[in-house]
Write a protein that binds this ligand. Sequence first.
Ligand code: HEC
Ligand code: HEC
Ligand code: HEC
Ligand code: HEC
Length: 475
Amino acid sequence: MLRVLERGSPQRPPRERMRTRLAATMFIVVLTAPSPAMSEGRPVAPGNATEKGFEPSSACSCHGELLPQWRASMHAKAISDPVFLVALEEAGRDGGEEVALFCKRCHAPVGHMLGDFDATGDVAKEGVTCMFCHQVTGMLKGEVGNVSQLVDADLVRRAQLKEPKAPHPAQYSSLHESPALCGGCHNVSHPGNGSHLESTYTEWEKGPYADEGIACQDCHMSVKPGVVGPARGVAADGAPSRDNIYSMRFFGPNLPQDDEGLATALLESAAKLELDTQGVLPAGQVASMTVAVTNSGAGHYLPTGVTDVRQMWLSVWTELPDGSKHSVAESRFGTVLEGTTDGGASSPWESLEVKSDFRIPPREMITLNYLYEVPVEVGSYTLKAALLYKSVPDELADKAGLTRNPTCRMTEVSRVVYQSETARTEAVEKPLGQRRLGAGVLRVPGWLALSVLAALALAAGVLNIYAIKAWRRSG
Ligand code: HEC
Ligand code: HEC
Ligand code: HEC
Ligand code: HEC
């Protein structure tokens, strides 16, 4: 189901990149921003809400499946996630308290508003919790990102339901149908120099899905990965059935910390591969092939988010008839931030600029060319390519004490290559031809014979009956 995103959605961010911003200015804005009128909500800054303004998720237990869905999501773990905590510690060590505060403001926004910066309180430690999202009433003017939501902590729950019927105050909010609500956190720019560290929202906004009205919600809050849009269901126990109900599961590709099955299914829905080379190549020469990687299912770049941490790569190899595998190449996708080493779990807070960006925009294709040596005389062999994904590098996973760090095989493609025309004819055409002939010889006369016999038997039977009858009549 598609929706019109323009309806009531907040202002779009300027398309131009804002690069130069001073750290000091940024923190003054964050910490002492004057609050606009209450009805418009207040920025996520200390002193802009009191503890009474946020109920813990346990107060939402009337919402059937929604509570366990959210509890299993990365949003519920945003401030307790061990990988985040390792990065936070390093950020604090290298960048000081101000940088750590910048991180926690987004990973634990309720704590920030309450001045509970270490997020120890009941609601603050829930990270990106129900009552944060459902009390967002607007967006700050300007660029979407770095927690640009405005919050009105008045215990009124806002969502997409028109005429909500609830035992607590509830209100329709068109903002909850808009990706800007997500973009307020899913766009992260360096607080000092404005360089773009995460741009998921902007990538979506400039891509084809925005034009078609397919929102973040449609892909990450649907019934399951790969399914787009809401489903019929109820918002709470005993509530009327509606056709625009979303899940609070927010599934993503975090393999070691999320449900591996869900993460894998989402990753499998993201990309397609095509492999092209000549079908016949003589042994012992250098040949070329191309592998095309299409971002067929992600609403933003592939990969997106913390692309300096995430790992996605294309692995290409040959497989010989004896089962042995020989690597041709490995091509890595992702971003490299200036001032960091290639591929490492780097320190984005030290970065000045995205140095290189090798990723695939939504619905676009990247074609990679490889040269490889055709194996010695083996008759035929298989060229294979697989797109692989890993959420965090092993080193970072170890530091975070994760017990597993799986690699997901998003998609795979293969192509058999023959070393001569004869080898191909033997492998492809002969057995097929024989099968066809064999079947022809055996089956058709068999069936024919059977049916002829059956018909004869029937005819004989019928004739017999008539003969007997005639004989009786005459007798
Ligand atoms: C990251 C933000 C976020 C969090 C966290 C969150 N929600 Fe939602 N919720 C939304 C959005 C956005 C929608 C509307 C989706 C749409 O219409 O596109 C929604 C819709 C709903 C609805 C309307 C019915 C439905 O399922 O669509 C209810 C009820 C609800 N949420 C309850 C909860 C509860 C309870 C929790 C915590 C256990 C929770 N939400 C956590 C963002 C959030
Ligand atoms: C208050 C900020 C905030 C808001 C609002 C928010 N997110 Fe998030 N989101 C986060 C953070 C922080 C994480 C990462 C948590 C972690 O891994 O430590 C995250 C993680 C996710 C993930 C999991 C990614 C993975 O690697 O598996 C998905 C999917 C996601 N968010 C989707 C959404 C959608 C859709 C919305 C809007 C309805 C939304 N978020 C709104 C802050 C936010
Ligand atoms: C058309 C479906 C679709 C839309 C629309 C969409 N996503 Fe995704 N998203 C995916 C798929 C598939 C993946 C897994 C592949 C990847 O990582 O890009 C993903 C991955 C992610 C991740 C995890 C990236 C990582 O590797 O850690 C986040 C975070 C995320 N999406 C947030 C969003 C937000 C925010 C929006 C809206 C601005 C959005 N998505 C729109 C399909 C979608
Ligand atoms: C404005 C919001 C925002 C700010 C500020 C922010 N993050 Fe995040 N962070 C996110 C979102 C959204 C994700 C999920 C993206 C994804 O899954 O790719 C995330 C994911 C992460 C992850 C990956 C977690 C995992 O489980 O794999 C790490 C690590 C992380 N952030 C560290 C930091 C650090 C350190 C800082 C401060 C320097 C910081 N973040 C500041 C929004 C933010």
